[in-house]
Design a protein around this ligand. Structure first.
Ligand SMILES: [Zn+2]
Length: 153
């Protein structure tokens, strides 16, 4: 089966990219990203082959400053699982001094939200128009979700 778009999202919000995109991002020399092997299963749990990889940001964008509105709303005293609120001010989630300079990065505690530099956002190799990107508009929508993450497990 061929991916319908170069960028897809699983039901868990994990981004999948085509092998072509992975190759292109590597060739572009972008930093702060890992490509992980993916196994696909149908709803009847039979595996099927598909040419995609999970894109995981590894760059560090620091911790969302308090002014962003992100705050701890729940912490399990047994396992350390933490639940955070969403942000109230998106212009305050990024502290440039805490950023490691990677092209792909995440801000704690928002690991599901992939942040990219403008270089990445405007990167458009070849002639083909990329469908399903989610890098500009899609990311903004994702930021509205509540962030939840497990502590030290
Ligand atoms: Zn617990």
């Amino acid at each position: 089966m061929i991916p319908r778009t170069d960028f897809e999202w699983t039901v868990y919000g994990d981004p999948l990219v085509s092998v072509k995109v992975a190759r292109d991002f590597r060739a572009a020399g972008f930093t702060g990203l890992l490509f992980l092997e993916v196994e696909f299963f149908s709803t009847s749990e039979s595996p099927f082959g598909r040419d995609s990889l999970e894109l995981r940001p590894s760059g560090w964008g620091g911790i969302a400053p308090q002014e962003s509105g992100v705050r701890l709303i729940e912490e399990c005293r047994y396992c350390g699982r933490q639940v955070f609120s969403g942000y109230t001010d998106s212009s305050k989630i990024f502290d440039i001094d805490a950023w490691d300079g990677s092209d792909f990065f995440f801000i704690w505690p928002l690991p599901k939200y992939i942040m990219v530099t403008e270089t990445v956002a405007h990167h458009n190799p070849g002639r083909g128009r990329r469908r399903g990107t989610g890098f500009e508009n899609g990311l903004g929508q994702r930021l509205d979700r509540k962030a939840s993450t497990s502590g030290q497990s």
